[in-house]
Write a protein that binds this ligand. Structure first.
Ligand code: ZN
Length: 266
């Protein structure tokens, strides 16, 4: 089971792993906390955008081979203009949710599915979106309640990414709002990562999953990460997005595994 905050997060972080596991015959379930109705898009934020984004999520999930998609139905907490917690939030904003109640809702799906694995985010929530931090808290607790053995924190190895983005910047012009420096303190450094999953065989699906989230690639004026990524030239894309990274906290630091179900010690 893969637990994400908003539709499109699965495309950026875990799509390759999901497609790989589905191809291997695993039952892959995707759960999002919110419909992402306050995402940046050409459409105004609100219910209609939420509906559009859920449709995009189903399309993405189908492309990746998911057997089931669930939305916990919390409100998208949104972001303040500076990228922190937004002052104006919907009543049922995910960050204001009771952690225990949300964890119980997620745990019920884990138990129903008899899930062997739950993928969440690192404690920093990747680049720090408050809903992503909440995914970590709620997901961790849900795995405890359900007794799910393997908990993987989806992340990005920021070391090669920062190097590659710098290199790419020499021959590829990023839009001004795309700031490579924001990656320097986000996600995880190389030494904390326990799983490096080679998903090069599934980059086509990953790209298609990203493209399914059309509302996020077209709109917005400050956060165009997805749009930028879709414009990354194909060979570079394969190189940058050919690996997905995870941290499994119950394994010793320095562990280097290549598959979510790898046993340790091997
Ligand atoms: Zn998100």
């Amino acid at each position: 089971m893969f637990f994400h905050a908003h539709p499109d997060d699965e495309a950026l972080l875990t799509a390759g792993t999901m497609a790989m596991l589905a191809a291997e015959g695993h039952r892959v379930v995707l759960v999002v906390a919110t419909a992402g109705e306050r995402g940046l898009a050409e459409m105004a934020p609100g219910e209609a955008l939420g509906e559009t984004r859920l449709k995009e999520l189903y399309e993405s999930a189908a492309l990746l081979g998911c057997a089931r998609v669930e939305c916990l139905g919390y409100g998208d907490s949104g972001l303040s203009p500076k990228g922190g917690i937004a002052e104006e939030r919907p009543d049922n904003a995910f960050i204001d949710a009771d952690t225990e109640a949300a964890a119980k809702a997620l745990a019920a799906i884990l138990q129903e599915e008899e899930a062997d694995l739950l993928a969440i985010y690192d404690p920093a929530g990747g680049y720090g979106h408050p809903d992503h931090v909440q995914v970590h808290r709620v997901g961790k607790r849900a795995a405890k309640i359900a007794g799910t053995e393997i908990v993987l924190e989806a992340t990005v190895n920021r070391d090669p990414l920062v190097r590659l983005l710098r290199l790419a910047g020499r021959f590829y012009k990023f839009p001004p709002e795309f700031d490579v420096r924001t990656f320097e303190s986000a996600y995880s450094s190389s030494e904390t990562i326990t799983h490096r999953v080679n998903v090069r065989k599934y980059t086509r699906q990953k790209r298609a999953s990203m493209a399914a989230h059309a509302s996020q690639a077209s709109g917005g004026d400050s956060d165009r990460t997805l749009a930028v990524m879709l414009k990354v030239p194909r060979p570079l894309y394969r190189f940058v997005f050919g690996t997905e990274w995870y941290v499994r906290r119950d394994l010793p630091p320095g562990t280097r595994l290549t598959h979510p179900f790898d046993r340790w010690p091997k």
